[in-house]
Design a protein around this ligand. Structure first.
Ligand SMILES: Cc1cc2nc3c(=O)[nH]c(=O)nc-3n(C[C@H](O)[C@H](O)[C@H](O)COP(=O)(O)O)c2cc1C
Length: 365
């Protein structure tokens, strides 16, 4: 029997992924010391999914600077202490045969918010006296329910591009071989891309080329910094789900520009920049967006969003609607989802962990 498409290897530059079933970035809000340094929780959480057979294990959105954290409890990679704490986590993921990826993020006007469960009932921006901070964005606007951001000056933007590049340098030093720039879900890069949050009249606002300038500058500098062998992904929201907002046609154009600047794959998600929109949520609901970008650009894509069965994940790759799939919540329910998917799809894999061999289902004759 031939190998199911989901379990065929995928190569980007010097990186070979053992399969196309990948762990989606997921914030854990678990840095209790609020210093951005990953903890034993991150080791076990990410490590378990590497043991569980995923091809790529991606960290949560990890801040490129302190004020870029979504919550004060986010991980970061803006200093050497953080880099050094990531290293053993990367080493473990890699020792299990998975590729280790880091999602670099800056939340912009959506930063400094309360972590999900640490402050029950608390919503919106964390005030200064509780360890929050003034946020920044493309324009001095607020995300619904949050405090307004300060508009970044041109000098601030220049510095920020270098901040992303420095975070990418530290990521490579920690051993990550996939770097993903978080350009989705209404965070800083998305705030620049979307005309709904970017009201600038300088070279970073207005026409598409200008709104995309920050992303493209970051892609260029990060590629220069990480060298040619490392894979560079961009997570995008392909649409704001509202007329007059950012959309899939613009996403596909920017995908080609980003590809030319050194990006290898667009990880296609959606939404997050404006509230009150109608999203047709259902199994694989964002796959058509990934497929659109794939059909209308020259970059590889991945799909994400309510892909919870091995069959659906395999079909998406087999039909060529995207090159790989990211799995989020199903991985939390079952960190060994990839091993089980291999059994269910009849894939031949040689990375069932030796320690768990006695639990491997026997083929039925
Ligand atoms: C607990 C949690 C944390 C998340 N954090 C991030 C994140 O750090 N970066 C990101 O791009 N998406 C984040 N997401 C979105 C997921 O990566 C994924 O796109 C989304 O959950 C849809 O996929 P799923 O239906 O397989 O869960 C998060 C989702 C969850 C459930």
């Amino acid at each position: 029997m031939s190998q199911p498409a989901l379990f065929t290897p995928f190569v980007i530059r010097d990186i070979t992924f053992r399969n196309r079933l990948w762990v989606s970035p997921m914030c854990q809000y678990s840095v209790e010391k609020r210093d951005g340094v990953p903890t034993p929780w991150h080791t076990v959480h990410l490590g378990s999914m590497a043991v569980g057979g995923a091809g790529l294990v991606m960290t949560e959105s990890t801040a490129v600077e302190a004020i870029g954290r979504i919550s004060p409890e986010d991980t970061g990679i803006w200093n050497d202490e953080q880099r050094d704490a990531w290293k053993p986590i990367v080493d473990f993921i890699t020792s299990q045969g998975a590729v280790a990826g880091i999602q670099l993020g800056h939340a912009g006007r959506k930063a400094s918010i309360y972590a999900d469960w640490n402050f029950p009932g608390a919503q919106g921006t964390v005030p200064d006296q509780e360890g929050g901070w003034q946020t920044v964005s493309a324009s001095a606007t607020a995300f619904d329910g949050y405090l307004p951001a300060d508009e970044l000056s041109i000098a601030d933007i220049d510095a920020l591009v270098e901040t992303w590049a420095e975070a990418a340098r530290r990521s490579v030093e920690a051993g990550f071989t996939v770097i993903e720039l978080h350009g989705a879900h209404g965070y800083l890069i998305h705030q620049f891309l979307s005309p709904l949050s970017n009201l600038r009249t300088d070279e970073y606002g207005g026409p598409l080329e200008s709104r995309a300038r920050l992303l493209l500058r970051i892609v260029t500098r990060v590629r220069e910094t990480i060298g040619e062998g490392i894979a560079l992904f961009v997570r995008v929201s392909a649409t704001d789900w509202v007329d007059g907002g950012w959309n899939e046609a613009e996403t596909a154009k920017v995908a080609d520009w980003a590809h030319a600047a050194g990006a290898d794959l667009f990880d296609v998600s959606s939404g997050g920049n404006v509230t009150g929109v109608k999203i047709p949520v259902g199994p694989g609901y964002q796959v058509p967006l990934a497929n659109f970008v794939k059909q209308h650009s020259h970059i590889a894509t991945s799909a994400v969003g309510l892909i919870t069965t091995p069959e659906l994940a395999n079909e998406i790759v087999e039909d060529g609607r995207s090159d790989a799939v990211f799995i989020g919540r199903e991985m939390l329910r079952d960190p060994h989802f990839a091993l089980k998917a291999a059994i269910e799809l009849g894939a031949e894999i040689d990375y069932w962990p030796s320690q768990y061999l006695r639990a491997k289902p026997k083929p039925t004759a």
